[in-house]
Write a protein that binds this ligand. Structure first.
Ligand SMILES: [Zn+2]
Length: 407
């Protein structure tokens, strides 16, 4: 079967590459596919499907059954259901070639000697094109379903999350475009995609969860546990602002690399370290009746430390129009965090971000986070599954109202 779709990905913040130039295409492909799988599994789990822990290589089981993750993304002895071929990486700026690959931006927010700061390695900025080819499809599916599911994942990433590694630290905000063989833009059919995911459970080779897996599931990302937020603010002198906010940001040349672009409106304001620094402090300083709301371990889980990835992701800001910027704060709160703590995280975040209502864009109040970093967003949106809402309706709401436009 030939190519059925053209996928185009344009970066809004750099895509993390791991700083290895020679095999960059390979790194991108691995990072991109790995990320597609991660989001696919989070959505599938939310919709009641199964996705095993890929590191355990437990699929297929002794009866040859496969979870909903492996049946699409492959496992030992089973290739992926689709292939992205003819990767083309077009750099936005020529500067991204050796020896610039080792370039990094040092950001130190506080002056305390114990605060080591961040070293932001240079990622890839530009456009990525690939052709999608279907190799097989799960039982009960027709090829269109696989295409719509891939479209759903890519659309979800583009609207709310990030692509590739290190999305906790600012990388991986992208725009995505899908075109058919004739070059016409494709529309996402959410209904077909959701039906496809549901139909996976009717397979003869469907593998449900064992009790052990069900217990572990509490630690795995599942759509129903996510929250998503975007904020928009005006800033006419981004370089002046970041220099004010950081104790040290250098070298100047590297900062200019982020801010400069050949295609306005574009440009990246590498503020994730600054936002993370203040979020971490706000979390640490949260008190109720003079006791810390979050334990040391919980703080580390939320913001990452000691080898753990953080549950809270903060993007760099990206330009959306002349002098206007947007950033994303999103994450997920596993059931293994006690419920009162999950509620506390959400309530505190909403207060620090000045959230007034769940859902649509609105004008935020002056939340503490914004006061600390000297920004006053004009618009903000916050999405979290409502108590009486299932993950499917949450998904529909997220993709039906993409937080676009604004008031
Ligand atoms: Zn599996």
């Amino acid at each position: 079967m030939g190519s059925v779709l053209e996928v185009k990905i344009r970066t809004l913040t750099p895509l993390w590459t791991g700083g290895v130039a020679r095999t960059m295409d390979r790194i991108h492909e691995t990072g991109i596919i790995g990320s597609l799988r991660w989001w696919y599994e989070a959505i599938v789990r939310g919709l009641g499907g199964t996705a095993c822990d890929p590191s355990e290589h437990s699929c297929p089981d002794s009866s040859g059954r496969l979870c909903d993750g492996c049946v699409v993304f492959g496992t030992t002895g089973l290739k992926r259901a689709f292939q992205l071929v003819e990767w083309k990486f077009q750099l936005e700026w020529k500067a991204w070639v050796n020896p610039e690959i080792d370039a990094r931006l040092d950001v130190k927010v506080g002056s305390h000697p114990k605060h080591r700061g961040w070293f932001l390695g240079r990622g890839f900025l530009g456009e990525i094109g690939a052709s999608l080819t279907l190799l097989r499809w799960p039982q009960n599916w027709h090829p269109e379903q696989l295409i719509h599911i891939l479209h759903l994942i890519l659309g979800f990433i583009a609207n709310w999350g990030g692509l590739g590694p290190k999305t906790q630290q600012g990388y991986g905000v992208v725009e995505v475009e899908l075109k058919d063989e004739q070059g016409h833009p494709r529309e996402l059919n959410l209904q077909t995609a959701i039906e496809g995911i549901r139909r996976l459970q009717e397979r003869i080779d469907w593998r449900g969860y064992t009790r052990k897996e069900r217990e572990k599931l509490r630690n795995w990302p599942s759509l129903e546990n996510f929250f998503f937020s975007k904020a928009r603010f005006s800033l006419s002198d981004p370089k002046g602002w970041i220099k004010d906010q950081a104790y040290k940001v250098s070298p100047e040349r590297e900062l200019s690399w982020y801010l400069k672009t050949t295609r306005p409106p574009a440009g990246v304001l590498p503020l994730a370290p600054i936002v993370r620094y203040h979020l971490r402090r706000l979390i640490r300083e949260s008190k109720q009746n003079e006791h810390s709301v979050f334990s040391r371990d919980e703080r580390h889980r939320l913001m990452g430390e000691q080898g753990r990835k953080s549950l809270i992701h903060v993007s760099h800001a990206y330009s959306i129009s002349e002098g206007k910027w947007e950033l994303r704060i999103w994450g997920w709160l596993p059931d293994s965090l006690p419920e009162e703590k999950r509620v506390a995280v959400v309530n505190h975040l909403c207060s620090w971000l000045g959230i007034q209502q769940e859902g649509d864009w609105h004008t935020p109040t002056s939340g503490q986070l914004w006061t600390k970093i000297g920004l006053s967003p004009e618009e903000i949106c916050w999405f979290r599954r409502r108590i009486d809402e299932n993950a499917e309706d949450f998904l529909r709401r997220l993709l039906g109202n993409r937080g676009e436009g604004g008031s």
